[in-house]
Each structure stands twice: as C-alpha cells, then as structure tokens.
Write a protein that binds this ligand. Structure first.
Ligand SMILES: Cc1cc2nc3c(=O)[nH]c(=O)nc-3n(C[C@H](O)[C@H](O)[C@H](O)COP(=O)(O)OP(=O)(O)OC[C@H]3O[C@@H](n4cnc5c(N)ncnc54)[C@H](O)[C@@H]3O)c2cc1C
Length: 380
C-alpha cells in the first residue's frame, strides 16, 4: 500500500528545503525527495556564499518578498542557533544611469530603504580596492550581505525533520500523475501518494514538467577564488559584498564577496547567463574562456585583488525567458505548484519562496504579492 502524505516536495535544494520546513512547521504530513545528498554541489546551491540585498533593482515587487525573507532568516537563526546571514553591507558601483547605482537608488527611494550615495571621490577614499573610471559612483546598503547556502539548505531540512517531515536523499523522482483525487509520485524505491505536489527541481524542472509551454534554459556558470595581493583589504569586516555594472555585457554584473574561512581567497564572478548546457552532462572542469569572465576585470578595476587563482567552480542557472522567477500552480493541475526559473538571482529568496509554496500547496494562493511571477505573463 503506497504511503500517503499531505504534500510531496520534489527537489530539496534552495527552494525545496524551505518549502518542506514551512509545510512541516504548519503540522502537515510532508515528504521531501532529493536525487542527490543534502546539500550537494551538482545544482545551484553550493559555493559557500550568496548575495542578499533589499534595494532590488530587478523589479520593485521583489522588495516585499525580500523584507519577509530577512525576517524568516532571523527567525531561522534564532531557532537553529546557526549563523546563516552575514550583514557585511553591499556596495553597488557604476555610472549613475546604470542598473547597479541608478536602479538601486530608484528601488531604495520607492521603498524608503536606507542607502548611502558615494560620489567618485568618496568611493575611492572609502573603498580603495576599486580603481573605477571617473564617471562611476557608488551606493552603499548597510543591510545587504551574504547567506551561506549549504548551511541554509541543511538547516531548513534539519528544521523540517524536527517538525516531523519525512525526507529521502539519494532518491530520484522518475515521474508523477495528478488528478482531482491527488498526486502519485514514482521513484526507483516506490510510489508515494499525496493531496498536493510541489516541484522545486531547479535545473531538472523540464524533465518533470514537459507541458509548461515556457522554455527554461539551463546555463553553465563559473566563479573563482583568488588570493589578493593585499589580503587585509578583502577581509570579512573590511570589504562589503559588491556589484559593478559590466560595460558591454547586457544585464551583466561583476560581483564579489569578502574572504571567508570555508574557502581560501576571495570570490569573484560575472552574473549573466553563460553557456547553455544539460544539467547531467555539464563540464565541471575548467574550460577555455572561464578565467576570462573575471580576470580582465580584476586586472583593470581591482588590481590589489588580482592574485593567483585558487579554485574555479561550476554551478547552474535555470533561466526563464524574462529572467524573473516562476511561482505558480500548474495550468492543468491546481494541486501541483512549481517554483523554477530563478535565473541566477533566487537564493536570497529561499525562505520566503518556501513560505509562498507552502501557501500554494495548503491554500491554493499566496499571502504575498506574487502575481508578477505567475505563468500568465507569458501568455500575453
Ligand atoms: C554561481 C552562482 C552564483 C549565484 N549567486 C547568487 C547570489 O549571489 N544571490 C542569489 O540570490 N542567488 C544567486 N544564485 C542563484 C541561486 O543560487 C539559484 O537561483 C537558486 O539556488 C535556485 O534554487 P533551486 O531550488 O531552483 O535549485 P537547486 O538549489 O539546485 O535545487 C533543485 C533541487 O532539485 C533536485 N532535483 C531535481 N530533479 C529531481 C528529481 N527528479 N528527483 C529528486 N530531486 C530532484 C536537485 O538535485 C536539486 O537539489 C547563484 C547561482 C549560481 C549558479
């Protein structure tokens, strides 16, 4: 006789771990299924750090979700005793018209968020790490910082288990069916039944939902850790997380983080969708051109950071057509909800997406404003 649950969650990475936590906290009978170990380094949640910031320039409606995410991380730290969020401040740099500076200022104004504007001279004085063109300015957001992704995923699963969730690692979901009576989920280990299904399957989403009608493009992304020439300038406490508009790369942003104990050196990367790939066949070893995504920028803009390479890693983005997330119920199955297409900027929303997906599974609608992330926007 197959086991029966209230909700089954497929994929216990960034969003699925949070969804299981929220559902279990509400007293629902939840089963979470993950194809790899928890956490793991094959998807989108490895690398020890993910930027988090509130003055979001990508779309003003994300700010309400971020306010809630911050509150949920504070709660999670308090109940678990784990340090998850480091408030280092966030420094955004570029020309005043660009996304990093102009967009952040616009978002801060619209949502009354405290930020400090730095003209070129002030930027140079306070942050000598950056050698910027004369037309560049900065904006500093005190509340920004980074999350430790492996710790967030592990802690959310740990809390879900403590609230009674059943979690299976190393078990891949092969398929599912849904009808008015509920859902059936198949793995190599067996069949499970539930009233609702939540798909938080990241780069593998299109294998489980073939009829979405929205292309999700998985891309191979790289980042590096380098040992700076002047380590004291890149220490945690001295360097905020930072982002710099990448000239000539549409929507591209160079970014970096201060040094942490988990990995020697400081982390640097380029945010923009890179090479399309298959999540099961992606080249995880260095490829020609990988280093060029950040080395020329370091040489020119951050010369004191332009030291020897320590590590180069690969991770996956799952890009939606407009680079905004998809949080919705399945068009043909109201008891199936999905969260996907995080397009390289989703981690910071993990806790709040968990709450939203729990709402969709439990009540069929979310309390927070998510219409702008619905599937209907692609049908216009
Ligand atoms: C290099 C890099 C840097 C980034 N930096 C930032 C940042 O600074 N700030 C930020 O906010 N975001 C950042 N992101 C984006 C963020 O990490 C992602 O948007 C987020 O992790 C996506 O979460 P997810 O739950 O969709 O995917 P994942 O965390 O990968 O989770 C999906 C899970 O589903 C599992 N799964 C899939 N199919 C099945 C199946 N059939 N059966 C069982 N399990 C299955 C997978 O194994 C995986 O564990 C970055 C991403 C990368 C790659």
């Amino acid at each position: 006789m197959p086991q029966r649950f209230d909700v089954i969650v497929v994929g216990l990475g960034t969003m699925g771990s949070a969804t299981c936590h929220q559902l279990a906290k509400r007293g629902l009978r939840v089963l979470g299924i993950e194809q790899f170990g928890i956490p793991h380094a094959q998807g989108a949640h490895h690398g020890y750090s993910r930027l988090i910031r509130k003055a979001y320039f990508e779309h003003p409606n994300y700010v309400a979700l971020l306010q809630r995410a911050y509150a949920l991380y504070d709660e999670l730290e308090a109940v678990s005793g784990m340090k998850l969020l480091y408030r280092t401040g966030g420094l955004y740099m570029g020309t005043p018209e660009g996304e990093a500076v102009g967009g952040t200022l616009r978002s801060a104004r619209e949502h009354s968020l405290p930020v400090e504007r730095l003209d070129h001279a002030a930027l140079k004085r306070r942050f000598p790490q950056f050698h910027l063109p004369a037309d560049h300015e900065g904006v500093l957001e005190q509340d920004a910082g980074f999350l430790v992704p492996e710790r967030v995923v592990a802690t959310q699963c740990d809390q879900a288990l403590r609230h009674g969730a059943e979690i299976h690692g190393m078990e891949a979901v092969k398929g599912w069916e849904a009808d008015g009576a509920g859902v059936r989920v198949h793995t190599a280990e067996g069949e499970y039944h539930a009233r609702n299904l939540v798909l938080t399957s990241g780069a593998w989403t299109d294998r489980l939902v073939r009829d979405l009608g929205v292309p999700l493009v998985v891309t191979r992304q790289v980042w590096g850790w380098v040992w700076p020439r002047k380590p004291e300038l890149f220490a945690l406490g001295r360097l905020p997380v930072w982002a710099l508009d990448a000239p000539g790369v549409e929507g591209g942003v160079h970014y970096g983080l201060p040094m942490m104990t988990e990995n020697p050196g400081f982390k640097v990367a380029l945010h923009r969708a890179m090479t399309p790939t298959d999540p099961d066949r992606v080249a995880r070893d260095p490829q020609p051109g990988d280093l060029e995504t950040f080395r020329p920028m370091l040489r020119e803009i951050v010369p004191d950071g332009d030291g020897p390479l320590l590590a180069l890693r690969v991770c996956l983005y799952t890009n939606s057509p407009d680079k905004h997330f998809i949080l919705d119920t399945h068009p043909a199955h109201p008891n199936v909800a999905l969260a996907c297409g995080f397009s390289g900027h989703g981690f910071k929303f993990s806790a709040v997406v968990g709450e939203i997906m729990a709402d969709l599974a439990q009540h069929g609608k979310a309390r927070l404003p998510i219409e702008f992330l619905g599937l209907k926007r692609f049908k216009k």
